[in-house]
Design a protein around this ligand. Structure first.
Ligand code: AMP
Length: 190
């Protein structure tokens, strides 16, 4: 079982690469952003809380996110190839909680793969995505806030995973299939 954290700023291509990984390796997939958007659509208490944070470009408090994580992970059962964590963890407490949650089950993260993309390109991609996604947070003002949150709260996880010996980075600029090839090389080496 290979549990993989696919990591990067908003717009770095985590969702695109996750879809391709699921198809190739049969991994299960947790996208915390998708989980939250689904909760908002269904009008749940969590969804109502999450909406305010998402629209502001802020992170949902760690304790709420960690609660969701174990439930989704356990819903996959035990008999699978591994799980892709997409959009989680986003803070050091989340990374610690993920490690503890997996350890309780005798599991671990096999690798963290960063998709490295410069900010100018991220803004371009997200503005373009906003035109088709209808996502309330894909507008220029919120994009800037999300990138700021990424650099201050999320990017320090590169160092955290490096210390764990799990950090890998891929150039996330350019052809999708070339990027995918680089990601697969890492996964196949695990
Ligand atoms: P995403 O679809 O991954 O870009 O997530 C969209 C928004 O959902 C983020 O800007 C956050 O407001 C929220 N969100 C998603 N995942 C997390 C997480 N792991 N921790 C906190 N907030 C999150």
């Amino acid at each position: 079982m290979k549990n993989i954290v696919i990591f990067g700023a908003p717009g770095s291509g985590k969702g695109t690469q996750s879809d391709k990984l699921i198809e190739k390796y049969g991994f299960k997939h947790i996208s915390t952003g998708d989980v939250l958007r689904d909760q908002i659509k269904r009008g749940t208490e969590l969804g109502k809380t999450a909406k305010g944070f998402i629209d502001e470009g802020k992170l949902i408090p760690d304790e709420l996110m960690v609660g969701i994580l174990a439930d989704v992970y356990d819903s996959f059962g035990k008999d699978h190839e591994g799980v892709i964590f997409d959009g989680f963890p986003r803070t050091i407490p989340q990374a610690e909680a993920l490690k503890a949650m997996l350890a309780e089950r005798g599991h671990k993260v096999a690798a963290m793969v960063e998709l490295h993309v410069p900010d100018e390109e991220l803004v371009k991609r997200l503005v373009l995505r906003g035109k088709v996604s209808g996502r309330s947070d894909d507008n220029e003002e919120t994009i800037k806030k999300r990138l700021n949150v990424y650099h201050t709260q999320t990017q320090p996880l590169c160092d955290w995973y490096n210390k764990e010996g799990l950090f890998h980075s891929v150039d996330g600029l350019g052809d999708i299939d070339r990027i995918f090839g680089d990601v697969c090389e890492i996964i196949d080496s695990l």
